[in-house]
Design a protein around this ligand. Structure first.
Ligand code: HEM
Length: 159
């Protein structure tokens, strides 16, 4: 195995690991963790306390994953012969990658707004925070969809 192959395997590994931490964390929170906490603790202040503690810990890993995904993503981007430059739409690969980047930027914006806005929690802000969590979970699914197309279009099939 060539050193390049090992390096690319490790870069892909970290790209997938950071994906599991951030995207997986978001989807598990919405699909299972939050409903379970609400079901177990009822609608009292306990839920808010548990979610604030969870978000405090998860936000550290989300920051690490944001930086890691951008770094490993840029390294992987250069590998494809289809790559033009960032935010170009000249071929199907560039279209998939650019749509993905726009979705990722939206996700980073929503995540930072949720984390930075958590200090002054009013009932309105709590409802907005929940809506933003659901929006980011939906964006996560779209990022994974565009990632599948990016990976598939990175190299023509059969090459
Ligand atoms: C929320 C952020 C991101 C997530 C969740 C994500 C997720 C993924 C996933 C799951 C794959 C498929 C990997 C595989 O085939 O094993 C992938 C591929 C890829 N990602 Fe990302 N990614 C993110 C951000 C980025 C960024 C910021 C870039 C570029 C700057 C990028 C560039 C790429 C490229 C080029 C591929 C295709 C690699 C190849 O197969 O040649 N990604 N991404």
């Amino acid at each position: 195995m060539t050193p390049q192959t090992i390096v690319f395997a490790l870069v892909s590994f970290f790209h997938d690991l950071f994906t599991a931490i951030w995207m997986g964390g978001l989807l598990v929170t919405v699909l299972a963790y939050l409903p379970a906490v609400k079901n177990a603790l009822g609608a009292g202040p306990q839920v808010k306390k548990v979610m604030m503690e969870f978000q405090k810990r998860q936000s550290v890993w989300v920051y690490v994953s944001m930086a890691g995904l951008i770094l490993t993503g840029l390294l992987m981007t250069n590998r494809s012969p289809q790559f033009e430059s960032l935010f170009r739409f000249g071929n199907p690969y560039s279209v998939a990658l650019s749509i993905k980047h726009i979705l990722v930027i939206a996700m980073i914006g929503v995540s930072l707004y949720r984390v930075l806005g958590r200090s002054t929690m009013t009932p309105e802000k709590e409802r907005l925070n929940m809506k933003l969590l659901l929006i980011n979970a939906a964006l996560a699914v779209l990022v994974l969809l565009t990632s599948g197309f990016t990976a598939a279009l990175a190299r023509p099939l059969g090459v």
